[in-house]
Write a protein that binds this ligand. Structure first.
Ligand code: ZN
Length: 507
């Protein structure tokens, strides 16, 4: 191996170490930091971010990448070539942004998040308009610095950060027919007049019992608790802090134990991906290199949605989990059967809030956001028109009236945080999960029987070999073709949702 490549790897490892310190400090802020520590914490995070950016954009890294790119013998190694390709991409993106814009975006989004919190509390969108306008203005500048790909649009430059290689046009081409078919499904469910018994979901289960149950579930699905933790926070997340250190968080509501259960399964799906990435170990010690990182947010989300929904909301899962739930939760679960649980956790009901939406309606929420942010970015729509356009779409797509902006266009933090181009990855995750699952059922024919016996290791092993172990070697679209033999399609998700609607509603 060339000395230049070795030097490059040791430099990016240092960037990775700085990034992991930032991740740990952020995790602490969301979990255990006392409130009075907030001001100094912002200073700590600011310094780490500055050091990280400075280090990652060091011209020396650029020179070493260029030297490696010129070394034909080195590039003959496919693994190294993939690493260099991704290092070039990261370096170019980071150095394309002037420091002044990076810093103005950081300040503006920090203020915009405060403005959003107040506006949301008072359901007062008008108060949020000036800050949101500024965020979109700066985001347009950011996209223009990245450069608009040939034949593409501004949105693509931002999407590329979260879902490399994807384009707004392709997403639109997938979303438009999906929307019509989902609308038909939602309509036929409503027309069935059936209302599954969901009373078990409001059983009172104390948080400590839910926590113990959650830990048992994590062990069963092979999340390594020697290399990870589960803690409590307001907004559940997963952070792959470092090799051997993956942090999950969840939240408990005594009156709805499935919130924490599915939150835990969701974050554990992300966590299993983080634990399966080749970050640690010899001989290469890939930590910090792209080949030890996740492909995209869409693929990351496919892992969380698979464990949460395709596994956790299956009838087979409840065949296995229910006796355990009865043991942990006692009398509350006395007369419950796997069929009751299956029906209760698989209802389809149009609702206002994305994060609480069921599988049948969830993607409609994502589509509304994708359409609006795309129009805002191109200039086809004005920020002040967001509430009207939002409410019109909720009526169109889900048939519901939005009573106020708090439960409408002010519900998500993303835009105030500058996360524009991020929303479609949620639906991409659902699509990838369903398509991977059809292949899994072919390659592990008794996967459902295994789940009903609590044997989750074969599924975890399949995901590890086919997806996790590759890091960023492939683009998401290529990985999908390699694994399933086909490009990404909405059909598997529609088949999956259709089968569920038949089982629960008889439609
Ligand atoms: Zn997620």
């Amino acid at each position: 191996m060339s000395t230049q490549y070795q030097q490059l790897c040791s430099l990016v490892r240092r960037s990775g170490v700085l990034g992991s310190i930032g991740a740990l400090v952020s995790w602490d802020q969301e979990t255990y930091m006392p409130p009075a520590g907030a001001a100094f914490r912002a200073e700590q995070l600011g310094l780490i971010a500055e050091l990280h950016h400075k280090h990652a954009t060091d011209p020396k890294i650029g020179d070493l990448i260029a030297a490696c790119e010129a070394d034909k013998a080195l590039l003959a190694n496919e693994t190294i070539a993939a690493n260099i390709r991704e290092l070039r991409r990261d370096y170019d993106r980071m150095t394309k942004l002037p420091t002044s814009l990076v810093s103005e975006l950081a300040t503006t989004t920090s203020q915009a998040q405060e403005a959003w919190k107040h506006a949301r509390q008072n359901s007062d969108f008008a108060a949020f308009v000036p800050k949101l306008e500024r965020v979109f203005e700066l985001t347009r500048q950011k996209a223009d610095c990245y450069g608009i790909p040939a034949g593409g649009e501004r949105y693509d430059a931002l999407l590329d950060e979260y879902e490399p290689g994807a384009s707004a046009k392709e997403i639109e081409a997938t979303f438009t027919p999906l929307r019509a078919k989902l609308a038909a499904l939602i309509h036929s469910v409503a027309a069935s007049g059936k209302k599954p018994d969901t009373s078990i979901l409001s059983a009172q289960i104390p948080a400590d019992k839910q926590h113990a149950f959650g830990q048992m579930i994590l062990k069963a699905i092979t999340f390594d608790l020697e290399a990870g933790r589960l803690d409590v926070t307001t907004h559940p997340f997963c952070s792959g802090v470092a090799p051997g250190d993956t942090r999950l968080t969840t939240r408990y509501r005594d009156e709805k134990f499935t919130d924490a259960l599915y939150g835990t399964l969701h974050e554990a799906g992300h966590g299993l991906y983080e634990q399966g990435l080749p970050k640690a170990g010899s001989p290469e010690g890939l930590f910090g290199q792209p080949l030890s990182e996740a492909i995209s947010l869409g693929i990351h989300e496919s892992q969380s949605r698979m464990w949460e929904n395709l596994v956790g909301r299956s009838r087979e899962f409840w065949v296995w989990a229910l006796p355990h739930a009865k043991q942990y939760f006692g009398a509350a679960m006395a007369n419950v059967t796997p069929d009751t649980m299956f029906a209760a956790v698989n209802t389809t009901t149009p609702s206002l809030i994305r994060v609480e939406a069921d599988e049948g309606t969830y993607n409609m929420h994502v589509m509304v956001r994708f359409e609006l942010e795309r129009a805002l970015l191109s200039g086809a729509m004005k920020v002040k028109d967001v509430p009207g356009e939002w409410n019109r779409r909720y009526k169109d797509y889900l048939g519901i009236d939005v009573p106020d902006d708090r439960r409408g266009c002010l519900q998500d933090v993303h835009w105030s945080a500058g996360l524009i181009g991020y929303f479609p990855t949620y639906t991409l995750g659902n699509l990838y999960a369903a398509q991977f699952w059809e292949t899994i059922e072919q390659e592990i024919p008794d996967v459902k029987a295994k789940i009903s016996r609590g044997e989750f290791a074969p599924l975890r092993e399949w995901l590890r070999t086919k997806i996790h172990a590759h890091g960023k070697r492939y683009r998401a679209a290529d990985l999908c073709k390699r694994i399933t033999g086909k490009p990404l399609s909405a059909d598997p998700l529609l088949r999956y949702l259709g089968t569920k609607a038949k089982a629960v509603y008889g439609v």
